[in-house]
Design a binder for this molecule. Structure first.
Ligand code: ADP
Ligand code: ASP
Ligand code: MG
Length: 410
């Protein structure tokens, strides 16, 4: 008998039929004698709908009320799933975040889980029942409702598994595992049997939305066995593993991630003297804007161009600040664009293989795709390109690095 935490995402609970299907699935595990704690998302589209309602009222809703609003989606699905289980004769009970004591810090809309009181869940499990917990939500020290950021139900699932010492945290979604890249963009993408935590962390942080990055961090920190599976199709899914892949039998590149939420801004003709980078970036960080990549051109005539990328939501704000800085530094101009994206190749095998970057750049050059910025770390290489080339770039790289499904058996 095992204790499983099973998280079901928005598509998996997106209609009454699907909730009934989830109930059948949970009942099957429960009937086998396992202890089951379920974490659910809101029905697909619901969180976006709620955010839309808020924006119909105000351009600047307070974060506290946003969290009161968006946390409601998950309260609907816990009740419906508990009812569906009860209809099947299963003793099930729904719990909101505060009812199971999911304590978070007070950063609305991106709160971090600090502590979970397992007593209510334990009592229900000890009574032979199934626990159904609302994902995405928690409560701060002052009893305010908080939410964990988009995709946060994954983190609820992993945090519950850590707190309960579960045998496995199973993330059920609309794909049957973690693929070499988003299978919606590359039909030839291949499911991975296993992926290392390190690679999954990079993939998630570079834009693969199959798992929220914090859920992967949490699982790594508390050594929670984590698996991604399909709600609709049987199979082993993908295990996120602590073992390092051996680079002998595994490909150098494990996966390709991409992110469209990017923008870049450039200040042209700034004096190339000490202190300029901080003069440009301090006002940006003071405005709470996170900078990702930074590129400074070689100077000509004692001046240089300085470019950096930011999240697309911060584009206009960053550009406005940069225009002020340009005036102050007597730079030529500040410009920017938000039709760019970032494509990243990830693999622990890169540590022991040279030539990945040059092959990546050549592949993109052969497709006539211009690289606007580059960053690398030990196990990843990212490039910024024009957004219109995203699909082309990802597919070309996927093929060039031998990741296409047909090639696996060749
Ligand atoms: P849920 O609602 O279940 O949380 P999400 O939409 O958040 O589901 O995550 C699943 C989606 O993640 C898939 O439908 C897929 O399009 C996308 N995705 C992005 N990158 C990958 C990847 N490398 N492997 C699998 N799915 C991916
Ligand atoms: N419902 C939330 C969202 O759409 C949380 C989740 O689904 O994980 O972001
Ligand atoms: Mg998700």
């Amino acid at each position: 008998m095992a204790l499983y935490v099973q998280k079901f995402g928005g598509t998996s609970v997106g209609s009454i039929e699907r909730i009934e299907h989830v109930a059948d699935k949970v009942k099957t595990f429960h009937d086998q004698g396992h202890q089951i704690v379920v974490a659910v998302s809101a029905m697909s589209g619901e969180t976006n709908r709620l955010i839309g309602l808020a924006s119909d009222i105000s351009d600047t809703p307070t974060p506290r009320e946003m969290d009161v609003l968006v946390s409601t989606g998950e309260q609907v699905t816990i009740a419906l799933l508990a009812m569906a289980l009860q209809k099947r004769g299963v003793n099930a009970r729904s719990f909101t975040g505060w009812q199971v004591g999911i304590k978070t810090d007070n950063s609305y809309m991106k709160a971090r889980i600090e502590d979970i009181d397992t007593s209510a869940m334990r009592a229900q499990l000890d009574a032979g029942g199934v626990v159904v917990v609302a994902g995405f939500q928690g409560i701060d020290d002052d009893n305010n409702i908080t939410t964990l950021g988009r995709g946060g139900s994954d983190t609820t699932g992993v945090a519950l598994a850590a707190a309960l010492g579960a045998d496995e945290c199973q993330i059920y979604t609309d794909v049957d595992g973690v693929y070499t890249t988003d299978p919606r963009v590359v039909p030839a993408a291949r499911r991975m049997e296993k992926v290392t935590f390190e690679e999954m962390l990079e993939m998630a942080s570079l834009g693969s939305k199959v798992l929220q990055i914090r859920s992967v961090e949490f699982a790594g920190k508390y050594k929670v066995p984590l698996r991604v599976l399909s709600s609709f199709k049987d199979g082993n899914g993908t295990l996120i593993t602590m073992e390092e892949n051996s680079s002998v039998e595994n490909p150098v590149i494990s996966g390709i991630a991409f992110n469209r939420d990017e923008a870049k801004v450039t200040i042209k003709g700034v004096p190339d003297i000490p202190g300029v980078a901080s003069k440009i970036l301090v006002p940006i960080s003071d405005a709470n804007i996170e900078v990702d990549m930074i590129i400074q051109n070689v100077s000509a005539d004692g001046t240089t161009d300085f470019t950096f990328t930011v999240h697309r939501n911060d584009y206009q704000k960053a550009l406005d600040i940069l225009r002020d800085t340009a005036t102050e530094l007597e730079a030529r101009e500040a410009t920017g664009t938000d039709d760019i994206c970032k494509v990243s190749m990830v693999g622990v095998g890169m540590r022991s293989h040279a030539g990945v970057a040059s092959k990546m750049f050549k592949t993109l050059a052969d497709e006539n795709i211009n690289i606007l910025a580059i960053t690398t770390s030990e196990i990843k290489i990212s490039v910024v390109i024009e957004e219109k080339y995203l699909e082309l770039a990802v597919r070309a790289l996927h093929t060039a690095f031998g990741l296409d499904a047909e090639e696996e058996t060749a």
